[in-house]
Design a protein around this ligand. Sequence first.
Ligand SMILES: NC(=O)c1ccc[n+]([C@@H]2O[C@H](COP(=O)([O-])OP(=O)(O)OC[C@H]3O[C@@H](n4cnc5c(N)ncnc54)[C@H](O)[C@@H]3O)[C@@H](O)[C@H]2O)c1
Ligand SMILES: [Zn+2]
Length: 508
Amino acid sequence: MGNLWLIGMMGSGKSTVGRRIAATTCRGFMDVDSMVEERTGKSLASVFDEQGEAAFREMEGAEIRRLSDESAPGGPGRVIATGGGVVLDPAAVDAMRRSGVVAWLDAPAAVLAGRTKGAGRPLLDGTDVASRLAEILAGRHSLYQQAAHYRIDADRPVDAVVSEVAGCARVAVGDGSEVLIGPSLPHRLLPASSGREQVVIICQPGSRPVAGSVLEILGSEVEATLIEVPDRDEAKSIETLALLYRRLAELNLGRHDTIVGVGGGAVTDLAGFGAATWLRGIESILVPTTLLGAVDASIGGKTGINVMGKNLVGCFWHPSRVVISIDVLSRLPEPLLLEGSAEAVKAGLIADPALVDLFMEHGSAFPMAEVVSRAVAVKAEVVSEDFRETGRRVILNFGHTLGHGIEVVCGLSHGHAVAVGMVAAAAISADRLGFDEARVRVPLERLGLPTCIDTAIPEAILRLVQRDKKRTASGLRMVLLREIGDPVVEYVDEPALRLGLAAVGIAG
Ligand SMILES: NC(=O)c1ccc[n+]([C@@H]2O[C@H](COP(=O)([O-])OP(=O)(O)OC[C@H]3O[C@@H](n4cnc5c(N)ncnc54)[C@H](O)[C@@H]3O)[C@@H](O)[C@H]2O)c1
Ligand SMILES: [Zn+2]
């Protein structure tokens, strides 16, 4: 998940907040100032006095680059407090942003002065601390703004600051794209120095309020236009795509411009496909506003529209950025929450037992920030290894082989059908591999997802599943579980499929 870097003026609470987060999330804590002191065997004030600020910045930058290089992709990362002037060094800023998320603890100079004694602080002479701090802050304000992914109001009780900062994360997806997860939307959405002239924001009826906020943020950066498309999969029709192209042409959207998709999977699929095909491919940024969009549809670069059949036309096109606001997801209506939960449980079942434990412990009141960052990390890790779905990515289909048949034949929503499909796959895993199927069923039950449906028509499902695109000459391949977090892909025959279906009440 990368490092959590804390930047901000002296007195903003970086060390206090950082230590607290590190302790509660079992991550290591580092303080760059202390690292320089340890390395030189001198206090910061002596380093400044004897060697000067430039020498200090050089040592500080070296420590930061080392910590960035040490950060293992996919590892838990550290919580790192930096010195107030770190933003003066562009290379250090770059290293921080590459290896994690940068949170800026911002507070007015008067508040900082109240918390700072001045003693031992190299840049404060102790005479008029407040005005000196105001002067330094004014000089650095725009640098903090550019360096940080998230600005956090630090003029609040420490508990509030801790809980907000702890929700900030950055997950790298192997091809250079990144997923930013934060309590709210970041204060800037475009990568720095992008050189873009305009962005087109696409939304759907349910994501319009979020798209309004996105428009406000982007509108302060470049020229931004909002386009609302029809709801749900009507957004992915060839007619909507044609209308979208017409608008892009009217707006004269150029090669260096950006398409931003704000909404559920239908919008992010359309926005991604539009970006992939406009002028042979322009940049896209995705802001998923449903849980399914956040943990599944927006991650991994698959785009698609519905022509003749669902998702029959599409391509792989990786967004430069995916931006997830936990605040938006926490306010989702129950049915949309459940839809996405099924995919989050799936992520846990195939690769992260601790994620499954969260659902066991909390049911539908699960901690959103932790669930989302864990589920995103699983999908990012799997797709990073297999961008074009030729190998490991197949494990993401856990529960989907029978689930898809159940969705079509029984008319269940995708999330509900996948939940039932996962229980069926667990039953086959129990029969073949001695897996305990309750380990899949119970977390789904805790969430309130269906795990059994009564219908007497396995034949229609079997016919559909055996025509499935994952079938090869030697039979149907299906993802099974040896254990939670230990998936295997095995060929299954019709009796095994019938056994799985019977376990979820589908027997004829
Ligand atoms: N590309 C992929 O890898 C991938 C993976 C899974 C699913 N998908 C696609 O995703 C789509 C399903 O995604 P979805 O479930 O997000 O559906 P969706 O985009 O159709 O959205 C579902 C509903 O939620 C509403 N909505 C969106 N944000 C909201 C918010 N913040 N508050 C309230 N309502 C809101 C929408 O208006 C819509 O009515 C399908 O088209 C599917 O094919 C793609
Ligand atoms: Zn799915």
